[in-house]
Design a protein around this ligand. Structure first.
Ligand code: NDP
Length: 498
């Protein structure tokens, strides 16, 4: 349980700007102030009530997006001009004071440490620059050889897009969606998590200053009910959603009659497999990273350690040592390496999983020192000794199960033994054997002998299998998601000859 708040534990004075929606080209206050309170996850001090746009604001946003689509002014803006406007947004987001504001509000609202949110803030301008570059390369307009001259193959936006983001990587995930939809020429409405709207407001200000055509970009604030008002509306032509399974189901259900294109980036229960010949120091460092980076509140965080029985004990000793070295602290402390969980519900959910596995016979391994703060801190935790059937669900937090194997076939069955398929990690002294094993994993990506946030290749898709989602993300992949293809060409030259 979090310790009670005492005055001398509040080491950082923290404030948040007022969240503003951007609807129909005007910044406006969300009409509803909700009963729930956003708290500093480090100290539990109240920061702000949660806000939500009302029905009238949701309708204004929809109507403005539909008008923008009808006039097609953004769609018909030449791609070089669209690219220049995206670059202007990137320039605004690159400004040092803007970067620092994004890093601070994300650290304060999510609990992710500021050294990390500073790095993630850099992804905001990079998303817009990458999308602009994709346009400048002419990828949306191609000419193909045909029987009677060139065939035009070009892509046009489906129409207004709804962009729904989670709280755990608000800037990186939100900006990737916004930059991709705008590059595609689609008017879009972004709806960040109600827990983390502030960095999206900064991004919306940058977009507003760049001067896109009316109704092209709007920011709607609120929770899932706010989003729900738009999901079923036929004016929304494509939805990009990142979040949990239930939200993904709601988005799918709302699209069942319209066959609307959906991009679903959902949860994971990611295995990390350690073979007997692996470098155990390297594997232990990977496990500690997977249990602490972004406070293990990310879709590709560690879910299950699957280790060869011969090296299990030695590995767990090294992991205990690595976890003891993690500096847990206030998320605004530049020296902290791991912060608190975002809010009470998330804290309680992770604790429930830990207690559930403990009750199922699991032994807890924890060695990170908790800070002297009353917030939602949970130390990185491994749980050894549970039946694999108990560890099939996503726990989404700094807790992972440990299972052991004797043969490679057993390791494969354990690694593929969930309905998810987002990420996997394989540690082995034999790179060829690691590749052979990794190719058989039913998952969107496998990293061998390392664990980090970055993609293996900047042009590779971020893919998902099974319950982890639908569709692929990536600069080109996401831009194309918001578009449909059109192919135009001649079947015959001149009048038909009789
Ligand atoms: P949620 O699914 O609770 O929420 C995600 C977003 O969807 C929020 O904006 C939320 O609104 C909204 N939402 C939730 N339910 C609905 C609904 N029924 N209708 C419309 N909108 C809805 O996820 P979290 O924010 O808790 O994020 C954690 C989850 O996201 C984890 O499962 C994680 O694995 C997954 N994730 C996946 C990633 C990937 O790339 N695959 C990346 C990052 C996270 P609000 O919360 O404001 O009510």
């Amino acid at each position: 349980m979090p310790k009670p708040l005492t005055e001398n534990t509040a080491v950082h004075k923290s404030t948040l700007p007022e969240p503003l929606a951007y609807i129909d080209d005007r910044a406006s206050r969300p009409a509803q102030v909700r009963k729930q309170t956003l708290r500093n996850p480090n100290t539990l001090e109240p920061l702000q009530p949660l806000h939500a746009c009302d029905d009238a604001q949701a309708e204004s946003a929809l109507a403005a997006a539909a008008r923008a689509h009808e006039t097609a002014v953004w769609e018909n803006t030449p791609t070089s001009e669209r690219a220049a406007l995206l670059e202007a947004v990137a320039d605004a987001l690159d400004a040092p004071e803007v970067q620092e504001t994004i890093a601070e509000v994300d650290a304060l609202t999510t609990g992710a440490v500021i050294s990390l949110t500073r790095n993630m803030a850099r992804l905001a301008p990079l998303s817009f620059r990458a999308a602009a570059q994709y346009l400048r390369e002419g990828n949306l307009e191609q000419r193909l050889p045909g029987r009677h001259g060139e065939v035009e193959y070009f892509r046009r936006p489906w129409g207004p897009a709804m962009l729904i983001s989670p709280w755990n990587g608000p800037t990186a995930i939100g900006c990737h969606k916004i930059a991709s939809a705008l590059a595609a020429g689609a008017p879009c409405i972004a709806k960040p998590s109600e827990w983390t709207p502030h960095s999206s407001v900064v991004v919306a200000e940058a977009i507003a200053r760049a001067g896109l055509p009316p109704g092209t970009f709007q920011l709607l604030l609120g929770n899932r009910e706010t989003a729900g008002k738009l999901l079923g509306d036929p004016r929304i032509k494509a939805i990009s959603f990142t979040g949990g399974t239930e939200g993904g189901r709601a988005v799918s259900a709302a699209s069942v009659n319209s066959f609307r294109p959906l991009q679903l980036e959902l949860g994971g229960n990611n295995p990390l497999v350690v073979f007997a010949d692996a470098d155990l120091d390297q594997a232990a460092a990977g496990i500690a990273f997977g249990l602490s980076n972004l406070n293990a509140q990310w879709c590709r965080a560690l879910g299950r350690v699957i280790v060869h029985r011969e090296v299990k004990q030695a590995l767990l000793e090294k992991v205990q040592h690595a976890l003891a070295g993690i500096r847990m602290g206030h998320s605004l402390d530049p020296d902290a390496e791991m912060g608190p969980q975002i809010h009470r519900q998330q804290f309680d959910s992770v604790q429930r999983h830990i207690q559930r596995l403990r009750a199922a016979g699991g032994e807890l391994l924890q060695s990170t020192t908790l800070p002297d703060l009353p917030g939602y801190f949970i130390p990185p935790t491994l749980v050894d000794g549970c039946d694999p059937g108990q560890t099939r669900v996503e726990m989404f937090g700094p807790v992972a199960a440990v299972h052991s194997f004797d043969t490679s076939a057993e390791a494969l069955a354990l690694a593929n033994g969930t309905d998810y398929g987002l990420a996997a990690y394989v540690y082995s002294g034999d790179e060829q054997a690691a590749f052979d094993f990794s190719r058989k994993l039913r998952t969107g990506g496998v990293k061998i002998n390392g664990y980090d946030l970055l993609s293996l290749s900047p042009t590779a898709p971020r893919a998902a299998w099974g319950m982890s989602g639908l569709g692929e993300e990536g600069t080109g992949h996401s831009i194309e998601f918001f578009t449909g293809a059109r192919v135009v060409g001649l079947v015959a030259r001149g009048p038909a000859q009789n």
